[in-house]
Design a binder for this molecule. Structure first.
Ligand code: HEC
Ligand code: HEC
Length: 298
């Protein structure tokens, strides 16, 4: 009996040591990746327009395509993005010129943070989806910046927080959670050529990249993984959209309701996509129908 307990003690003790080593390693590797310093200079100069039409275009792109309000709040003054310590305690930033805001940002600061996911100190912005915004062309990024500069000042309503817990770190290290989008963004590469706005598959593809559809549904849109426990569906013609009409797709995006009546989880940010115009949704629909029908790899 005594002997059995002794062995059990060794086994449990050994397992605990292994777990401590595994968690410690996960903390060390993820901390190093989050603390890496990136170049702060930005090669490109982007024209920031000041006319009302461009500011309105920027407002639309920020709200409906980039969905900045989802994480930065309706007045863009920032909020808690996650408040669960085992996952992460993370606040977004105040994008206005109010207290704790970015009123002293230079144009290069805007471009570096939005397009490359890197803050003023050269550290990567955590969980800020620049891998999608990288695809905005210069005119659209300029319009978004023009809009941000026009937003009334407000104060960050929460205490800033950046504590990344074990779950977010483990998901990050297994490639399932984009904690450091800066790692995914090409630097010093020629910019992709701008794509003309229109009801075309090419413009639909542009909206799918800048709108983050490919960030969650995968570069080939086959989905397959899970986010916050919700399975990400296949958007290629091999998935449900292959059986839908254009009207079904419009209804899914505008109301979150699938043809079978099920309302989509809020992990799919449909609440922030409502303002996409008919022309934009039509372009996305044409694009979704044009991609190869494929099953997810896993
Ligand atoms: C999925 C959530 C999310 C979305 C959507 C999002 N952001 Fe962010 N953003 C963050 C978080 C979190 C931070 C803070 C990162 C940090 O502190 O490391 C941040 C930081 C920033 C910063 C840096 C501010 C500073 O203090 O230096 C800028 C600029 C910014 N976001 C702009 C935008 C714009 C513009 C959009 C929409 C086009 C947007 N964000 C959409 C989560 C998001
Ligand atoms: C933050 C991650 C995320 C982003 C960004 C995102 N989606 Fe989703 N999407 C999901 C998840 C998760 C679901 C599944 C929700 C459910 O089943 O309740 C989903 C469901 C869908 C569905 C329903 C498909 C079906 O078979 O039921 C469509 C259509 C869709 N997304 C289109 C898009 C488009 C178009 C974009 C870009 C404009 C986009 N999504 C961006 C995560 C995302």
């Amino acid at each position: 009996m005594k002997r059995a307990f002794k062995w059990l003690g060794y086994i449990v003790g050994g397992l605990l040591v292994l777990i401590i080593i595994a968690v410690g390693t996960a903390y060390a590797i993820s901390s190093r990746r989050m603390a890496r310093t990136y170049p702060t200079q930005v090669a490109e100069t982007i024209a920031i327009p000041t006319d009302p039409a461009s500011i309105e275009r920027g407002r639309h792109l920020a709200r409906a395509v980039g969905k900045c309000q989802e994480c930065h709040g309706d007045n863009l003054a920032g909020k808690m993005v996650s408040d669960a310590p085992v996952f992460a305690r993370l606040s977004s930033a105040n994008l206005t010129s109010g207290k704790n805001g970015i009123g002293d940002y230079t144009d290069a600061d805007y471009v570096r943070s939005i397009r490359y996911g890197v803050g003023r100190n050269g550290k990567p912005l955590i969980f800020m989806p620049s891998e999608a915004y990288y695809h905005f062309d210069d005119a659209d990024l300029g319009a978004i910046i023009a809009y941000l500069k026009s937003v009334p000042p407000a104060e960050l309503p929460v205490t800033p927080a950046k504590q990344i817990g074990p779950i977010a770190r483990i998901l990050f290290l297994t490639g399932m959670f984009p904690l450091v989008p800066a790692e995914l963004i090409p630097r010093n590469q020629p910019r992709p050529a701008p794509i003309a706005e229109g009801v075309t598959a090419e413009y639909g593809s542009y909206l799918a990249k800048t709108g983050g559809c490919t960030s969650c549904h995968g570069p080939d849109l086959t989905g397959g993984n899970a986010i916050q426990g919700v399975k990400v569906p296949n958007l290629t013609p091999a998935g449900s959209p292959g059986k839908w009409s254009e009207a079904d797709f419009f209804k899914v995006i505008r109301t979150g309701t699938r043809p079978d009546g099920r309302v989509l989880s809020a992990v799919m940010p449909w609440l922030n996509m409502k303002e996409l115009t008919d022309a934009e949704l039509r372009a996305m629909w044409i694009y979704l129908q044009s991609v190869p029908a494929k099953q997810p790899a896993n």
